[in-house]
Design a protein around this ligand. Structure first.
Ligand code: GRG
Length: 296
């Protein structure tokens, strides 16, 4: 007899566990002012999608999610640092993030840059020094995934191309490049690292790479659609900022309807590759659907 998977309850429980782990990830270190700036953004809410993907992938691969928690926290730290830096005057120059003043608005630019730097390096510390019970060779693989996702082959590379293309319209291939790097790379690292910690087979890792690519692109298409359809109140962003006339988005290139169709197709493909593991894949399948049905 199969029991229906209660995704709402799963998400709530996972978020609760992640929040507790994030809360205890920053010790009583000095200087206090740096710790405060790090905490301000790390504990500012957010969907916590990335750490939850790590925990879910670990469980799908037969692992103990508790062992993957430090890595899950590391993923949210890298995500948070990328948001802090993305909001800086030299980049997107945003005043609001998740409905609150951005880090540099509260602590000043220098402190915001350093809080981001400290979160990035703390992420590697979480994996290398604070992951008891995980074989070191698996942690080394996770460090590799984090390095690729953060640096030039990942977020930084995507951000650079995005900045270079800011004031002009780009084609679909370039838009896809930007999103696969800015957004997709970290989502992929989340999923793959969770599975690596559990010692996943090559076959499962390959399927999870396909899954991550699909949800990564779909995630960004939905983000673009929400920028058009949702109010800035719901998104917690600076009003009108993301609707800048010179920014290329999926709805601009494809129209709203085709963008939505494409996101649905990508999620469909992402779910299909997990078919052989469907008995344990309920959370990852539901997370893929959540990406296309979310309203923020
Ligand atoms: C990682 C070394 C390093 C540098 C960062 C600034 C930068 C380089 C990259 C920018 C990356 C960026 C801001 C990508 C956008 C990612 C994205 C889709 C954010 C929104 O994610 P949600 O919706 O946000 O999951 P919440 O608030 O729910 O966490």
């Amino acid at each position: 007899m199969s029991t229906a998977f209660d995704f709402t309850a799963y998400l709530e429980a996972a978020r609760w566990r992640v929040e507790a782990a994030l809360e205890s990830s920053l010790g009583p270190e000095r200087p206090e002012s740096l710790r405060e700036a790090m905490r301000y953004s790390l504990l500012a809410g957010g969907k916590r999608l990335r750490p939850i993907l790590t925990l879910a992938a670990c469980e799908l691969a037969g692992g103990d999610a508790d062992l993957a928690m430090p890595t899950a926290v590391a993923m949210e730290m890298i995500h948070t640092m990328s948001l802090i830096h993305d909001d800086l005057p030299a980049m997107d120059n945003d005043d609001l993030r998740r409905g609150r003043p951005t880090n540099h608005k509260v602590y000043g630019e220098a402190k915001a840059i350093l809080a981001g730097d400290a979160l990035l390096t703390r992420a590697f510390e979480m994996v290398a020094l604070r992951s008891p019970g995980v074989p070191p060779e698996r942690l080394l693989q996770v460090v590799g995934e984090l390095s690729l996702a953060s640096g030039a082959p990942g977020l930084v590379g995507g951000q650079v191309v995005d900045l270079e293309c800011e004031a002009r319209q780009v084609d679909l291939d370039t838009l896809e490049y930007i999103h696969l790097h800015k957004t997709g790379a970290l989502l992929r690292a989340c999923v793959i690292s969770g599975a690596l910690i559990a010692g996943a087979s090559e076959e499962l890792l390959a399927a999870l790479r396909t899954y991550a690519r699909g949800i990564g692109l779909a995630f960004q298409i939905i983000d673009d659609i929400l920028d058009v359809t949702a109010s800035s109140d719901v998104l917690g962003k600076t009003a009108g900022k993301d609707l800048a006339a010179d920014k290329t988005t999926y709805p601009k290139l494809l129209g709203l309807e085709e963008s939505r169709r494409r996101a649905d197709a990508l999620v469909g493909e992402a779910k299909a590759v997990l078919e052989p593991w469907s008995a344990k894949a309920a959370p990852l399948l539901a997370l893929a659907d959540y990406i296309t049905s979310r309203d923020r």
